[in-house]
Design a protein around this ligand. Structure first.
Ligand SMILES: *Cc1c(COP(=O)(O)O)cnc(C)c1O
Length: 453
């Protein structure tokens, strides 16, 4: 029996709230949990039921909920200053955070531009790349190359760079066109048998695009190492390096969207580090504040930054900003988050956790309808198909992935699938025992939905 307290919260929610990425008609029948507390990897609802946060509250929690040091730092900052405009003013946490990010990021990224979320961080990068060429002798460079299945956020510019038709299709007439390149989705690649071949084919295509259109291209946008919302599509080693080389050859800016991959998610602080790649622009958000405050940053090289310097009359200013740019409370949360990386030796300890996840995932192969398992760092995507031979998907209206999430919820874990790809992406701080519990719940839930023994 659902208790009165959660029922009454749900009733109030259903009357006035409109949820993201949600068909509200179906929401009215759903018994969604109402979360009122979080500690470590655990979320608790108003009835006191506990759930493992299996997707890090949409990929942004790193050190766990309610992490004391971060909460304390935020309280201290609140006692001093929550927010003062960054237009015409500065503040200590924003200055210190920029110093720390520059020191931490791939060498060569030397400037930090703040905004509020992943979408705006990416929009800022697109606008910087575009304007750079307008005022630096190549105004014909107005286009962007983007990958199939890319996801860069939900504002119009970020959607323009995206490639997920289910989300972006209806808005197409509003979006600016980009040059689409194929992506490294080896499982469904018709032209190649191996991941390496698939990646080579993609790189060849990008090379061909830049060969013929390079002089019109301002930048190439990529989620380095793994494409998130597109289905956790992992790139084989060398792909990012290949993109970097092609961009350098054609003098096109490489824009790395590290909104999901940044802050340890792939096992390194930033995914670009796996291949020693330095992008020209890099977008950060999600893990930046341990998911505790909306904050984002776009990092730029000296070259990009230098292209905006001049006298006021030169009209080279970057006219972009948001009310909460450089928010002091958010920057304090981010500084404390970086401190915890050091204190906990998060990246060092993470190696064991990543290894364990990769091992535990093997159990999923015992289920015939598991078509593909993609994993890197503390990210896993388990793609379910109705027929493993033909790789035919389940009909979307069966909502197979969603049903797995509902089963997981009954068993005490929060999952949010991408279509029929089950995503596991717990906070990096998850213990071995908690990870075993999470994977076991996910496995049982998939079996329950598919009727597997
Ligand atoms: C989540 C995400 C975004 C969008 O971030 P928001 O904070 O939701 O605007 C952009 N890029 C990538 C790779 C993401 O995963």
């Amino acid at each position: 029996m659902p208790s009165r307290s959660s029922e009454s919260w749900r009733a109030r929610d259903r009357r006035v709230v409109w949820h993201p990425f949600t068909q509200q008609k179906l929401w009215m029948e759903e018994e969604f949990p109402v979360i009122s507390a979080g500690k470590g990897v655990w979320l608790r609802d108003v009835d006191g039921r506990k759930y493992i946060d299996g997707v890090s509250s949409l990929w942004c929690n790193v050190h766990g909920h309610g992490r004391r040091e971060i909460v304390e730092a935020m309280k201290r900052q609140l006692g001093r200053l929550a927010h003062a405009t960054f237009l015409g003013l500065s503040n200590p946490p924003a200055i210190e955070l920029a110093e720390r990010l520059v020191a931490l990021a791939p060498k060569g990224l030397t400037r930090v531009f703040y905004s509020d979320d992943g979408s705006t961080a990416l929009e800022v990068a697109l606008k910087m790349a575009f304007q750079y060429w307008q005022q630096n002798g190549k105004p014909g460079r107005t286009q962007f190359v983007t990958l199939d299945a890319a996801y860069h956020g939900d504002t119009l510019g970020a959607m323009s760079a995206g490639g997920i038709d289910l989300f972006h299709g209806v808005f197409r007439p509003l979006l600016f066109p980009t040059i689409k390149a194929p992506t490294t989705y080896a499982y469904r690649c018709e032209r190649s048998k191996t991941e390496v071949e698939c990646a080579k084919h993609c790189l060849d295509e990008v090379g061909a695009i830049l060969g013929s259109h390079g002089h019109e291209v301002a930048g190439l946008v990529v989620e380095p190492v793994v494409q998130g919302a597109g289905g956790m599509i992992v790139q084989p080693p060398g792909f990012l390096t290949g993109l970097r080389e092609l961009c350098t050859k054609h003098d096109v800016f490489l824009i790395a969207d590290e909104v999901m991959t940044g802050f340890g998610r792939t096992g390194r602080m930033f995914a670009c580090e796996h291949e020693g790649v330095v992008p020209d622009l890099m977008a950060l958000s999600k893990g930046l504040t341990n998911g505790m405050m909306p904050l984002a940053a776009t990092l730029a090289t000296d070259r990009v930054y230098g292209g905006f310097l001049g006298d006021f009359k030169d009209r080279r200013t970057f006219f972009h900003g948001h009310t909460y740019t450089g928010n002091a409370l958010g920057c304090a949360a981010a500084l404390a988050t970086l401190d915890v990386f050091k204190r906990d030796r998060t990246l060092e300890k993470l190696r064991k956790t990543i290894h364990l996840l990769a091992n535990l995932l093997q159990d999923f192969y015992s289920i015939p309808q598991v078509g593909d398992i993609r994993t890197v760092g503390l990210i896993a995507g388990i793609e379910l198909v109705s027929d493993p031979e033909t790789k035919a998907p389940f009909p979307p209206e069966a909502r197979t992935g969603h049903r797995v999430a509902l089963e997981a919820r009954k068993r005490g874990a929060i999952l949010r699938p991408l279509g029929d790809t089950i995503v596991l992406m717990p906070p990096l701080s998850i213990t071995e025992k908690e990870l075993r519990t999470l994977v076991a719940i996910a496995l049982d839930s998939v079996k329950a939905v598919l009727g597997a023994p």
